[in-house]
Design a protein around this ligand. Structure first.
Ligand SMILES: [Zn+2]
Length: 231
C-alpha cells in the first residue's frame, strides 16, 4: 500500500467522524478536482434536464407544494434547465471556453491585472449562491490571451457546485496551463449565502482566498498587485 493510499484512508476516517452538518457548515473540501462520477456524461443534457425536472417536482411535492398551481407548475422544468444550461454548466468540459494564445508582440513583461470580475457560483454543501469578485493576474512568458478569456475562465469554474478554495485553485491551475507559466495570481473575495442567510446568519463577513504562483510569491509583487486592485 502506498503512502498516498494511507493518507487518503486517514483523511477519510477523520471526515467520517464528522457529522454531515459539521462538514457543510465548516465547508471542508476534499481536493482540487470537482468530485465527478466516471459516468458523469452518460446522459445527454436533454436527458439530464428531464430527470432533474421529475426529481425536483418530487421534492416540491414532498414539501407539500401544489404543483397544479399556475405559478408553481413550471418550476421543476425551469430549475432543471437553469441547472444544466446556466448555473452548473461548468461541470461539462464541452462548455470550457476555447482560448487562443497570441505572441506577446508588445513585449509587455509586467503583470497584467484583470480586476473586479463579478461571478455567481453555488456552495456545494448547501446549493445556495456564492457571490463575489475575482481578481486575476499574470506575467507573460511570451504568450498572451484576450482579456475577456480571463473573465470566461472565471465564469466557467464558477458555474459548478463549489467551495471557494477549490474555485481559486482551479482558475489558477487552468491559467498556468494555458499561459505556460507559473506566474499567475488569483484573489477571490466572496459572500456565501449559506453563511449570511442561514446557519450562523452573519451578513457582514466575506471570505478571501488567494493563489500566488511563481514570481507573484514575494511580498513586493503581492503588494504591487494589491495596490492595483485597491486603486
Ligand atoms: Zn455552504
Amino acid at each position: 500500500m502506498s503512502t498516498n493510499t494511507l493518507n487518503l484512508k486517514t483523511r477519510d476516517l477523520s471526515l467520517n467522524d464528522l457529522s454531515i452538518t459539521d462538514i457543510g457548515d465548516d465547508h471542508l473540501f476534499t481536493g482540487l478536482e470537482t468530485p465527478m462520477k466516471a459516468d458523469a456524461f452518460k446522459l445527454s443534457d436533454e436527458e439530464k434536464k428531464e430527470r432533474i425536472a421529475i426529481l425536483f417536482e418530487e421534492i416540491m411535492d414532498v414539501m407539500g407544494l401544489d404543483l397544479t398551481d399556475d405559478s408553481l407548475k413550471g418550476t421543476p422544468k425551469r430549475v432543471a434547465k437553469m441547472y444544466i444550461d446556466e448555473i452548473f454548466s461548468g461541470l461539462n468540459p464541452v462548455n470550457k471556453p476555447k482560448v487562443a494564445l497570441f505572441d506577446n508582440k508588445y513585449q509587455y513583461n509586467q503583470m497584467l491585472v484583470e480586476k473586479n470580475i463579478t461571478f455567481y457560483s453555488n456552495c456545494e454543501h448547501h446549493f445556495v449562491p456564492i457571490i463575489g469578485k475575482a481578481h486575476v493576474s499574470y506575467i507573460s512568458s511570451g504568450k498572451v490571451i484576450g482579456l475577456s478569456k480571463l473573465n470566461r475562465i472565471v465564469q466557467y469554474y464558477a458555474k459548478r457546485p463549489q467551495v471557494q478554495e477549490r474555485l481559486t485553485n482551479q482558475i489558477a491551475e487552468d491559467l498556468k496551463a494555458i499561459l505556460e507559466t507559473e506566474d499567475v495570481a488569483v484573489i477571490i473575495d466572496a459572500k456565501h449565502l449559506c453563511v449570511s442567510s442561514r446557519g450562523i446568519k452573519d451578513d457582514t463577513s466575506a471570505t478571501v482566498t488567494t493563489y500566488y504562483g511563481g514570481q507573484f510569491n514575494t511580498p513586493e509583487k503581492i503588494s504591487e498587485l494589491h495596490n492595483y486592485i485597491n486603486n
